[in-house]
Structure formats: C-alpha cells, structure tokens
Design a binder for this molecule. Structure first.
Ligand code: G1P
Ligand code: ZN
Length: 544
C-alpha cells in the first residue's frame, strides 16, 4: 500500500481552545480541514512515528468518518500500533486510561464534549500526550503554528476498515487493534472503589438511583459498571443508547439540560441518588433526593472523605481547583494540611501537578472532577466515588453535604452564562473591566469591600510556563468573589461567564436558596460590567 502525499493549503483558525479544536461539523467536512490538523499533530509529535497511539471518540455525527481518515494518516505517518475502541467509541477518560495503561505515545479524542451533535452541530479533535492528559499549551501552540504553514499531508489509498469487529488488522505496516472500549476502564474503577459495599447498597432494597447517560458515550460504560458488575437493577442507566445526535438533546449534565433526571429526584418519593455525564463522559452531575450538589462542593466533599475509599485510603497529597471554582476545597485542604492550587480554566493545567505528585484530587466548577488515577476529568469515577461514600457512611447525599457545610462553612456558588453574544461587545466588556481593576481594591461595591482585583495569570509551579488573561478576578474582604471570563470552547459568537461565590459560616443561614442568597452579589456583578448595555442582555441564558 503506497503512501500518498497530498498537497494542501492552510485554513485560518485551527487554534485549539480550552479543550482541543472545536468547530461545526460542516467546517470539519471541508476537504483537507481535518487532515491538515491531524498532519500538524504528526509533524509536531515525532515520537508517534514508530510508536503507539489510541484513537476513539464520543460517537457523535462524523466520528466514524474522522476515525477512518485518522487511521489512514497515522499509518502513512509511520505509527507502529493503533488501539481503537470498537465502533470508534472511547470516552475521554477511557482514552486517558488506555494511553497510561499501554504506555502509548499519545491519543486522539474526537469529541465536542457537551456541545450538541449532528450534521449542523459541533465536532472536535484533541490530542492527549503520553501522560494521558490534554496536550499543554506549548504543544497546542506548536500544532497551531504548523497548521499555518502546512503544504502536504500523508495518507494511504485504502478502503475503510471494519471498526466493529474486535481483533487486529493491518493497515500498511501498521497494526490496528480494535479493542473493547469499556473493560480496561471498568477494571481501573474496580481497583479504586469498594465494589462490594456499593453492591450491598444496591441490593439493600433501601436505595434508589438512576444514571442518565444522555444518549452519549457513557451508556455502555455505565451499563457494564453499574448494572453488570455492581448489580444495579436493569434500567438504572437511562438514555443508555449512544446516538450520533445524542437523541437531539444537549449532552450537558446540569440542572438546565438534565431535567428528566432532576425531576426523578424531586418530591416525596424522589430517588435517593441521581447522576449524569456528558457527551464524552468526563463531566458529572450529582443529585440527592431534592438536593443538587454543586461541582465545587462535590470536590470539597470528596477531598474531605477520600480516606473512606480503598483507592485513596492513604489520604490525599494536595488539591487543585480551577480559578473560578469555589474556595470550598481550600478550606478542606487547610484542614488536612495539604496544598491547594488555583489554576486557569481547563484540565490541561492540572497535568503537571498530577504528574509531579503534588495533588491527588482536582476539579472545576463546570461539572468536572478527577484524580491522579488518570489525566482527564472523569464522570463515572465521580459517580462511583459518591456511591462508595453513600455505601460506607449510610447517609443521604443531603446529610453528607449539610454536615460538610456545618464543619467547614458554606461557599454559596452560582455561574451565569450569557451565550452567543456579540464578540466585540463581550471583548469590550472585558476591556472595560481591565481598565477598572487598578482602582478597585479598597473601594466598596454594594455592601462588599474589594480586597483585590486582577486579570488572573498563572505560572505553573512545575515547568514555570506562564499563562495570562485567564479571567477577571475580584475578591472581597468577606471571602466573596466575582469572576468574569469569556468561554474558550464555544463555536459561535462569544459566551460570557460570570462566576459568583460568597462564604457563609453560620449554619443557621445554610439552607437559603442560592439565587436569593446571592442576589446582592449578582447585582454588583451586572452593574460593574455594564452587562445590559455592553452585550445587550437583561438575563443570563443558563444559570448553574
Ligand atoms: C468549559 C468549562 C471548563 C472546561 C471546558 C472543557 O470551558 O468552563 O471548565 O474545562 O469547558 O470541558 P469554557 O467554555 O469556559 O472555556
Ligand atoms: Zn466533556
């Protein structure tokens, strides 16, 4: 089979964002578009030639076509062995697991995470490095630079291969092994959590739950782990069949998009536990009966209780949270006497800290939690962690969280998103805030005194790399914070995210409604940024 060198010219805008290159499917379907980006991966990652690579995606529309293109190009670029999930399916955490377990030189994940799928929706591609984590900025910058000067890509002239049959086949000189997408990942979960205790909980007759796979990639993973290995009743996993368009839904596990599940947990006969994951399986949402656990609280609760699970029985070494994530985890870290790092948004910033053994747990407010077991956030891992805690503590979700607040105080938290707004207006709003920053410390806004205000910058403590303009951060003397950021994952216009946090030490005030309790801070945030006039919106599109 002969290698073909195909002439091509650069496309604008192939710069990976918070989590890889994300565009509309139609953009990816343009001749050479995907090929250029994939060739930029091979041109900047010389270890892949002669090495091994994991390839898989969340099964969204265009997944199979993209995988065929990537396999032919990987073979033409001299990759020795490729591991591919059957049907082209691998969740993002499973890719990370496989890279580490089989020590490959990297992996390619095809997904646009929680963004909708289908011919008119989103697609994405991301390269994960040999540690199993998203490529750091230095690597994605190099890939982008390569896409700007690309003149050719390499491929093989060959028919599509059968992705649905397990086993090894040859593509030119390359071994392509089609593997079961679930088993290695499920084995890893079994090594971390007390499956016997969870099994007993499921069979106690006193516990009801559903896991909502949202017609996305976690369907087969959750059925195997929860129903087959842990003995949950068939049907515990809802929306379990993965579909190319996620059943027309928005595979984002939050209160706005997982309403079917939320409703099942409400009322007098609501479920004891509800959980969901996103398109590619790395996000999680945790619900108890009439109770929503914010992702920030979830990270703090897992950190405070990690010693109660087999995988973390020796305790944790440190915690990291993304900058907009609430400071609840800091309080736990202080109590445990371990370090707590504040990193820019995006999982890639946790990688060095995990590799260096400085942290065990990490998380983001955007429904992402994970640990050093791999190098991605991990939806089902978080769900199993919670199940392990419920099983050993024999308490409800609400009881565990309210007890946590009593111990550490409560960090009320909400995020307001203004989606698809005018890019120039959104950038103008951020510029306006940047101009205000220097004069804010010491002033009063509403009933709050500003203690610091900055444009968040981060220097990685391990490799010294520096990242600027990671969001506007305004901290108040009370411990409250307002943060403004523009999304780095959207595919149309701009999305403004406003993150609000306020600390309440008094348990008598812990049961208030979040939006009500935070109303004064919400008003400060709207006025300070001149949201109504600058982006012409009088209310957020999504509140989480
Ligand atoms: C969003 C989240 C961020 C997460 C990323 C990928 O990015 O806010 O925490 O890492 O998705 O799942 P954003 O759109 O805010 O740049
Ligand atoms: Zn995701």
């Amino acid at each position: 089979m002969e290698t073909q060198s195909i002439a091509t010219t650069p496309f604008d805008g192939q710069r990976p964002g918070t989590s890889g290159l994300r565009k509309k499917v139609k953009v990816f379907q343009q001749p050479h578009y995907l090929e250029n980006f994939v060739q930029a991966i091979f041109d900047t990652q010389p270890d892949l030639a002669g090495g091994a690579l994991v390839v898989g995606g969340d099964g969204r529309y265009f997944n199979r076509e993209a995988i065929q293109i990537i396999l032919r190009m990987a073979a033409a670029n001299g990759v020795r062995k490729i591991l591919v999930g059957r049907g082209g399916i691998l969740s993002t955490p499973a890719v990370s697991c496989l890279i580490r377990k089989y020590q490959t030189q990297g992996g390619i994940v095809l997904s646009a995470s929680h963004n909708p799928g289908g011919p008119d929706e989103d697609f994405g591609i991301k390269f994960n490095a040999a540690n199993g984590g998203p490529a750091p900025e230095s690597v994605t910058d190099a890939m982008h630079a390569r896409t700007c000067s690309i003149e050719r890509y390499l491929t093989l002239a060959t028919a599509p291969i059968d992705l649905d049959r397990l086993g090894t086949l040859q593509l030119g000189e390359t071994d392509v092994e089609i593997i079961d997408p679930v088993s290695d990942y499920a084995d890893l979960m079994e090594s971390l959590f007390d499956f016997n205790a969870i099994h007993q909980l499921f069979n106690s007759g006193a516990f009801s739950m559903r896991f909502d796979a949202m017609h996305a990639v976690t369907g087969p993973y959750a059925v195997e782990i929860l129903e087959n290995r842990l003995g949950a009743a068939p049907g515990t996993v809802m929306n379990a069949i993965a579909r190319e368009d996620f059943g027309g839904g928005h595979p984002d596990p939050n209160l706005a998009h997982a309403q079917e599940l939320v409703a099942l947990t409400q009322g007098g006969d609501g479920l004891d536990f509800g959980a969901a994951s996103d398109g590619d399986g790395d996000r999680n949402m945790i619900l108890g009966k009439n109770f929503f656990v914010t992702p920030s609280d979830s990270l703090a609760v897992l950190a405070a209780n990690a010693h109660q699970t087999p995988g973390y029985s020796a305790g944790i070494r440190g915690i990291a949270r993304s900058m907009p994530t609430s400071q609840a985890a800091n309080r736990v870290a202080d109590f445990l006497g371990v370090e707590c790092f504040e990193t820019p948004t995006g999982w890639k910033f946790f990688g060095n800290l995990l590799d260096a053994g400085r942290i065990t747990l990490c998380g983001e407010e955007s429904f992402g939690t994970g640990s050093d077991h791999l190098r991605e956030k991990d939806g089902l891992w978080a769900v199993l962690f919670w199940l392990n805690l419920l099983a050993v503590r024999q308490q409800s979700v609400a009881a565990i969280v309210t007890e946590h607040w009593r111990r550490f105080g409560r960090n009320f938290y909400t995020r307001h998103d203004y989606e698809g707004v005018d890019l120039a207006g959104a950038e103008g709003l951020m510029d306006h805030l940047r101009i205000l920053l220097a004069d804010l410390p010491g002033t009063r806004l509403g009933d709050q005194s500003v203690s610091y205000a900055d444009d968040f910058a981060y220097t990685d403590p391990i490799d010294g790399s520096h990242s600027e303009h990671q969001g506007i951060r305004i901290g108040f003397e009370s411990g409250a914070r307002i943060i403004y950021r523009l999304s780095g994952t959207g595919t149309e216009g701009a999305t403004l995210r406003v993150y609000l946090e306020y600390f309440e030490p008094d348990p008598a005030c812990h049961q208030q409604d979040t939006q009500e309790a935070m109303q004064p801070l919400i008003l400060i945030a709207r006025e300070l940024a001149q949201i109504e006039t600058r982006i012409v919106r009088d209310a957020p599109d999504v509140i989480t």
